[in-house]
Design a protein around this ligand. Structure first.
Ligand SMILES: [Cu+2]
Length: 213
């Protein structure tokens, strides 16, 4: 019973945790930025449409107008291609994926099931249902750990939280799929695993533990 209460408190603390909330602020800023850009682009298009309506002339001038528009279309296309190339050159190198592509120093098999976590060192060749891991594992700090995550029943989500209740990393645990999650724990201590995909009534009790030392 005390375990249930503890888990409930644990989960509600996460939901109200200001540190977790702070994680969303940069996301909102990007959204606001995108909204402003979209608004400006929309306003520009509207202005161009009104400009064309007010500066367009009568029937007799149709061919010259056509020429003008066609000329503009070519320039517009060139400008668009050029800006796409520039934006790609500037932003592609910022993709975070490369940072996580290293050679793992430890591999951990993770099997999610209603309603517990099974973890064990190395890559298991057993079927998920037959895999006999434990809900707690000890791993080294500052080493690339590769979690190979699957499920033996329904969809779950493998979420690792640090001792302050901040979500460190997560991946889906899906039946018949092995999802790879690589992470370097640079802080020693206790980490908790929570399921982030509702998987039935005792879903909140699906708690595992990782000790980093
Ligand atoms: Cu769940």
């Amino acid at each position: 019973m005390s375990f249930i209460i503890k888990t409930l408190i644990f989960e509600s603390v996460f939901q109200a945790n200001p540190i977790v909330m702070i994680q969303f602020i940069p996301l909102l800023t990007i959204q606001t930025f995108a909204a402003v850009i979209s608004f400006i682009a929309g306003a520009l298009v509207t202005l161009v449409v009104f400009f064309l309506i007010f500066t367009s002339s009568k029937e007799e001038d149709k061919t010259s107008a056509k020429h003008k528009v066609y000329k503009m279309r070519g320039r517009y296309f060139f400008g668009l291609v050029l800006s796409i190339v520039i934006v790609l050159l500037l932003t592609l190198r910022l993709l975070p994926y490369e940072k996580f592509q290293g050679t793992p120093e430890e591999t951990v098999t993770v099997v999610a099931m209603q309603w517990m976590w099974k973890m064990g060192p190395g890559l298991s060749d057993k079927k998920p249902a037959e895999f006999g891991g434990a809900g707690e594992i000890t791993l080294p700090a500052n080493k690339m750990i590769r979690f190979v995550v699957t499920s033996s029943d329904v969809n779950h989500s493998f979420g690792i939280y640090n001792s302050k209740g901040v979500l460190v990393t997560q991946t889906q645990a899906m039946p018949q799929y092995n999802n790879i999650l690589e992470h370097v724990f640079d802080e020693k201590g206790e980490y908790h695993i929570l399921c982030l995909e509702y998987c039935g009534l005792p879903h909140g009790l699906m708690v595992g533990k990782i000790n980093i030392n």
